[in-house]
Design a protein around this ligand. Structure first.
Ligand code: SF4
Length: 508
C-alpha cells in the first residue's frame, strides 16, 4: 500500500498548471517549427512565426502562452493499492476537492496569475468563480500502487468546436471529419491537433477524443513505420486529407492545419457508430506525472534549445496610426496584409457588447465614443510586476457578429480586431459601412501584450477582464481579414491553398 499525502497531489497539480501555462510541450514546438520551415503561404507563415516567438518568450518570461488560460482537465489513474491521507494523517478530502485546491493555488499564484474563466450557473447568471475552479476530473481505478496524473488547460475557443455524431454503422468516419472540419472555422486556432474517439457510447467517445489529445505528437513516426491497426490507418488518412483542405494556420490558408491526428476506438453496439472530435489549439497545454508516495512532483523545465530562434520580420508590414486613420485609408488595405498598429485602441468583448447594444436600444449615451475608432475583442490576463497588462491575445470574433451591424451603424466604429472568421451577416455589415476586420494571432498573447504600453479602464469596470479598456499600442501586429469591400481572407485563403496543395505530392 502506498500512502499519497493530500499535499503531494495539491502541490503537484498546482505546479503542473503553472508549468503548462508557460511551457508548450516540446513535441508541439518541434513539430510546429518543422511546419514553419515548409509553410509556403506568407500569411500562415507569419502566424506560425508569431506563435513560435510567443512560445519562447513565455518559456523565458514564465507568463501564459495565451490570455485564455483554459478550463482545467485532470485525468487520474489511481492504483488500487494507493491510499490518500489528509493533512493531519487522517482522512483525505475527496479527489475533486484536492484537485480544485491545486487549481486555486496555481491560478491565484501572484508571480504568474492566470485568468479565471470559469462561470458557475452556466445557463443562468454565469458568475465567475474567481479561482478557475472547478476542474473537470476524470478518475480510473487501475492495478498498482501509484497515481498517474495528467493535467491539461483547455482553451475555450478550441473546446467550442468539439463535435459529436452518432453515425450509422456503414457510414464513413473520414467523410464526416472532412465535412465537419471546414465548419469549425478558425476559432480553434490551428495549427493544432484533432482528437477523435470512435465507438463505445456517446460519453465514452467524447472522453476518448479528449484523452487522445494528451498523447505526444508522433504522426511522422507512424508514417515511417506504417499503420498496424484500423485506428492508425484512420490517423494517417485523416491527417493527410485534413491538411489538404488548405485551411492553414489561423484559417488564413496554408499547408499545415493539423500537426497530428489521434484516434482511439472502443467496441460499440451493433446499431451505433458514435464519433467524437475535439480539436486542440495553438495553446496546447498538458503534462503528466506519477505520484509514488515520495512527495510532490515538480517537472523539469525543458531546454530553451528546443525552441527555434526566430526574429519576427515586420519589414514588409504597413504602419497604421490609429489616432489619425480614416475610412479612406482603411479602404486601401488588402486581405492577408500585415499591419502594425500604433495609437489608442479600445477593447470590449461579449459582456461589454451586450451592455453597449442594450444601451443603444434604450437610446442612452454610451460611456465611450467609438466614432472612427477600432475595438479589440480581448479579455487580458491581469498584469504582474511592471507589466501594464498581462497576455492579451484576441478572442473569437464570430461571437460578436450579432452585435456588429448595430455597432457599425450606430456608433461610427471603423474597425474591429479579433480572431477567426466573420459570418455572412457581419461581413455584409462591414461592406455596407466601409469598415474593416483585422485579426491578431490566437496563441500569441504574450507577444501581443508587449505591443501594449498603456492600459486604462474607460467603462464597465465591474466586468473585470471583460471591461472596456483603452490600450496605448505600439507596432501591434495584425492581419487584414475582411477588407472594406467584404472580401474575407478566411474564404479566399483556404480556397487558394486547397488548390495549390493538390500539386504538392508529399505532406510531411
Ligand atoms: S490559442 Fe486560441 S483557442 Fe487556444 S486558448 Fe488561445 S485563444 Fe483559445
Amino acid at each position: 500500500m502506498t500512502i499519497i499525502r493530500q499535499e503531494d497531489l495539491v502541490a503537484s497539480v498546482a505546479a503542473a498548471l503553472q508549468y503548462i501555462s508557460y511551457y508548450h510541450p516540446v513535441d508541439y514546438i518541434t513539430s510546429l517549427a518543422k511546419a514553419y520551415e515548409r509553410e509556403q503561404s506568407p500569411a500562415a507563415r507569419d502566424a506560425i512565426a508569431q506563435i513560435l516567438i510567443n512560445s519562447r518568450m513565455c518559456a523565458e518570461g514564465h507568463r501564459p502562452i495565451c490570455q485564455d488560460t483554459g478550463i482545467v482537465n485532470v485525468f487520474l489513474k489511481v492504483g488500487m493499492d494507493a491510499r490518500f491521507v489528509g493533512a493531519d494523517g487522517g482522512a483525505a478530502p475527496d479527489l475533486q476537492a484536492m484537485v480544485d485546491e491545486g487549481v486555486r493555488r496555481a491560478y491565484l499564484d501572484p508571480d504568474n496569475k492566470l485568468r479565471a474563466s470559469i462561470q458557475a450557473d452556466p445557463a443562468g447568471k454565469r458568475t465567475n468563480t474567481k479561482d478557475n475552479t472547478p476542474a473537470m476530473v476524470n478518475v480510473e481505478l487501475v492495478k498498482g500502487a501509484t497515481v498517474e496524473v495528467t493535467v491539461a488547460a483547455k482553451g475555450g475557443g478550441s473546446e467550442a468546436k468539439a463535435k459529436f455524431i452518432m453515425l450509422d454503422p456503414g457510414d464513413s468516419v473520414v467523410d464526416w471529419v472532412l465535412k465537419t472540419v471546414p465548419t469549425m472555422g478558425a476559432g480553434w486556432c490551428p495549427p493544432g491537433m484533432l482528437g477523435i474517439g470512435i465507438g463505445g457510447t456517446a460519453e465514452k467517445a467524447m472522453l476518448m477524443a479528449k484523452q487522445s489529445l494528451m498523447d505526444p505528437i508522433d504522426i511522422q513516426e507512424l508514417k515511417a513505420r506504417g499503420a498496424k491497426t484500423r485506428a492508425e490507418e484512420l490517423r494517417l488518412e485523416i491527417y493527410d486529407k485534413v491538411n489538404r483542405l488548405g485551411i492553414g494556420a489561423q484559417g488564413l490558408g496554408g499547408l499545415t492545419t493539423v500537426l497530428d491526428v489521434k484516434v482511439r476506438d472502443y467496441p460499440t453496439h451493433a446499431a451505433n457508430l458514435p464519433v467524437a472530435m475535439i480539436p486542440n489549439c495553438a495553446a496546447t497545454r498538458h503534462a503528466q506525472f506519477v505520484l509514488d508516495g515520495s512527495g510532490p512532483v515538480y517537472l523539469d523545465p525543458p531546454s530553451l534549445d528546443s525552441w527555434p530562434k526566430l526574429k519576427y520580420d515586420v519589414s514588409a508590414a504597413r504602419r497604421v496610426n490609429l489616432d489619425t486613420v480614416t475610412r479612406e485609408e482603411a479602404a486601401t488595405w488588402k486581405p492577408g496584409e500585415v499591419l502594425l498598429l500604433t495609437g489608442k485602441l479600445l477593447t470590449g468583448r461579449d459582456a461589454a457588447h451586450k451592455r453597449l447594444t442594450e444601451m443603444l436600444d434604450r437610446h442612452e449615451k454610451l460611456p465611450v465614443d467609438f466614432g472612427g475608432r477600432f475595438i479589440y475583442y480581448v479579455g487580458p490576463v491581469d498584469p504582474v510586476r511592471d507589466e501594464v497588462v498581462g497576455p492579451a491575445g484576441p478572442t473569437t470574433a464570430t461571437r460578436m457578429d450579432k452585435y456588429t451591424r448595430q455597432m457599425l451603424a450606430e456608433t461610427g466604429l471603423l474597425g474591429m480586431v479579433g480572431k477567426s472568421e466573420r459570418g455572412p451577416a457581419a461581413i455584409e455589415a462591414i461592406k455596407e459601412f466601409g469598415a474593416v476586420y483585422l485579426i491578431a494571432i490566437g496563441g500569441a498573447a504574450y507577444l501581443v501584450s508587449k505591443a501594449i504600453h498603456g492600459a486604462s479602464v474607460v467603462a464597465f469596470a465591474d466586468l473585470g477582464m471583460e471591461a472596456i479598456y483603452e490600450f496605448d499600442v505600439r507596432d501591434m501586429p495584425v492581419t487584414v481579414a475582411v477588407d472594406s469591400k467584404g472580401v474575407s481572407v478566411h474564404q479566399t485563403g483556404p480556397a487558394e491553398w486547397q488548390k495549390r496543395i493538390a500539386g504538392i505530392p508529399i505532406l510531411q
